[in-house]
Ligand binder design. Structure first.
Ligand code: PEP
Ligand code: MG
Length: 588
């Protein structure tokens, strides 16, 4: 039976494929395809892991103290029985043989199937046996991890597209932590679905940067979709269709072909300069999360990187943050890929929905921090860890000797923070000078993403060389809507008049004071806002590389003289979205 699930459209396009369900707790399990010549070797790994765990359990039984409770022995018997149970082992082998999943992935996939069956059991005693299966799988995974012989990438849980099966795969999960999302970059998946998350949650942002269709906040999706179901993701409408009828599937295949053609057409604009009809030059830059993304930025025709979110380098390191040298190498490798174009490095912005450790939004909300978005994050965190901050500043400054580097400071809200930050930058420079290490006078910019900074922009701007408006957080803090919470996602409104007024006044004031102003939040990459932002006077946009071509097309067709004349009518309208579409019709 075909079922539809509704969620939030976060990354456009259509994806059709088989569902791969991954539990949030097993995101770090290695997922990759094995070559057909390696299938037997992979089955051998599985066999060896099973033998090792059997010996482990038998040893535990043998060494059990005489006075240990009898249930313990019985429990180990159950575990031994499960270990040799055919529904578990034979089916796991089948995933390896038919789909070429690596052993760990096959085991997790089968665990997902069995978990469902247990959840649906009437008998409470039997239902609780699910925990036993999980424990046995956990032991098997640990044993497999010890025998992992693959490349470093495999060990890090990278999915490798090279031996892909014939059928495209769609990742379905309750939630994916931003840190885990990174490992799915360059992965075999052609689409994502999650139960939770808002439109500008960092999980959604990373999905968007991968340029594959995604739907988040689809509440029940991971419960309704079963391992291996056929799934269609409509990333434009935010709909997920499970096991669609043939006619629906055909319609979506048609749409998929259409959007591929459109994409190819837009790609031809890559080398065309972004100049409006009235000759205004517009700078279209890229947002990146990892150094290697700089390549996608230049390939998409970006004239620079306007936002390098360095926090992803700091995640999942078990408390060992990257050293100054390691950071320097990362920044320099991104610069090498930029081929002389500028790289704007934002200092670390951890906190809120980007914890250092692998943690999902759910865990953050319910177990750890009450109100993370209002807590110790971004520049507040950096100033509370001065040694770490100085290390990062020195690494960025050292990189500045190898290319065009700009420093961007996230979430400034107080003038005292501005003063402290600038003092730390000056200190980092003195330390480098004393050590005889070269650096340049990199420009320093502030992210305007807290309403206080936008309202007092005339006081903040003079301290900086440039400004970059972070609309994702500016909307969150202006409207008091958690950007990662799907329950209030319908109220997260970039068209809210208060948001538009703050964006417009920041651009106007920055320009008046002679500062370059850019927008690097998701609004910059949304073509629905291109003309409005141009009307506000914006001439610098930073977005995911995949968005550049579409925004450029809008820029090429715009005439800023006509747009500017009508700006006031949009800003004063109670329904700016409708007013903006009227503005467009009137100026075409
Ligand atoms: C923003 O807040 O708009 C922004 C670009 O930063 P981030 O999404 O990383 O918080
Ligand atoms: Mg932000």
């Amino acid at each position: 039976m075909s079922i539809q699930v509704f969620g939030l459209a976060v990354s456009k396009g259509v994806a059709i494929g088989r569902a791969v369900l991954i539990a949030s707790s097993r995101m770090d399990v290695a997922h990759y395809f094995v070559d057909s010549t390696q299938v037997d070797a992979e089955l051998d790994r599985l066999r060896r892991a099973r033998d090792e765990v059997a010996t482990e359990l038998q040893t535990l039984q043998r060494d059990m103290p005489a006075d240990a409770p009898g249930e313990l022995n019985a429990l180990l018997d159950v575990h031994l029985m499960l270990l040799h149970d055919e529904t578990m082992i034979a089916a796991t082998k089948q995933w390896v043989r038919d789909r070429h999943y690596n052993a760990e992935w096959a085991l997790s996939a089968q665990l997902e199937v069995l978990s469902r069956q247990f959840d649906e059991m009437e008998d409470e005693y039997l239902r609780e046996r699910k925990a036993d299966i999980e424990q046995v799988v956990e032991r098997l995974l640990r044993s497999l991890q010890r025998s992992a012989s693959g490349t470093a990438e495999r060990a890090a849980g990278q999915l490798q597209p090279d031996f892909g099966g014939e059928e495209p795969l769609i990742l379905v999960a309750n939630d994916i932590a931003p840190a885990d999302m990174l490992q799915f970059k360059r992965s075999v998946f052609t689409g994502f679905v999650t139960d939770v998350g808002g439109k500008t949650s960092h999980t959604a942002i990373v999905a968007r940067s991968m340029d594959i269709p995604a739907v988040v906040g689809a509440r029940e999706a991971s419960r309704l979709i079963r391992q291996d179901d056929w799934v269609v993701i409509d990333g434009d409408a935010g709909v997920v269709i499970i096991n669609p009828p043939a006619i629906v599937l055909e319609e979506y295949r048609f749409r998929q072909r259409q959007s591929e053609l459109e994409r190819a057409r837009l790609h031809r604009l890559r080398n065309t300069p972004a100049v409006t009809l009235d000759g205004e030059r517009v700078e279209l830059q890229a947002n990146i999360e990892m150094p290697r993304d700089a390549q996608a930025a230049t390939e998409a025709g970006a004239v620079g990187v306007g936002l390098f979110r360095t926090e992803f380098l700091f995640m999942n390191r078990n408390g060992h943050l990257p050293s100054e040298d390691e950071q320097f190498e990362c920044y320099r490798s991104a610069l090498d890929l930029m081929q002389g174009l500028p790289l704007t490095i934002r200092t670390v912005d951890v906190g809120a929905d980007k914890p250092l450790d692998r943690m999902t939004i759910h865990e953050l909300r319910h177990e750890h921090v009450l109100n993370p978005a209002l807590g110790l994050r971004a520049i507040r965190w950096s100033l509370s860890e001065p040694e770490m901050f100085l290390q990062q500043l020195r690494a960025i400054l050292r990189a500045s000797a190898h290319g065009k580097v700009r420093i961007l400071v996230p979430m400034v809200g107080q003038l005292s923070e501005v003063r402290q930050t600038l003092a730390q930058i000056a200190l980092a420079k003195r330390q480098l000078t004393d050590a005889g290490i070269p650096f340049t006078d990199a420009e320093v910019g502030a992210m305007i993403e807290i309403p206080a900074a936008a309202i007092m922009i005339d006081r903040f701007a003079p301290h900086f060389d440039f400004l970059s408006i972070g609309t994702n957080d500016l909307i969150q803090y202006t409207l008091a809507i958690d950007r990662a919470d799907e329950q209030v996602a319908h109220l997260y409104d970039p068209w809210h008049p208060a948001v538009l007024q703050l964006v417009a006044s920041t651009i106007e004031c920055g320009r008046r004071l002679g500062r370059t102003v850019s927008v690097c939040g998701e609004m910059a990459g949304d073509p629905a806002f291109t003309e409005l932002l141009l009307a506000m006077g914006l001439r610098s946009f930073s977005m995911h590389p995949s968005r550049i071509a579409e925004v450029k097309q809008r820029v090429l067709r715009a005439d800023t003289r006509h747009l500017t004349e009508r700006l006031a009518s949009v800003l004063q309208d109670e329904q700016p979205e409708l007013a903006a579409s009227r503005l467009l019709r009137a100026t075409r």
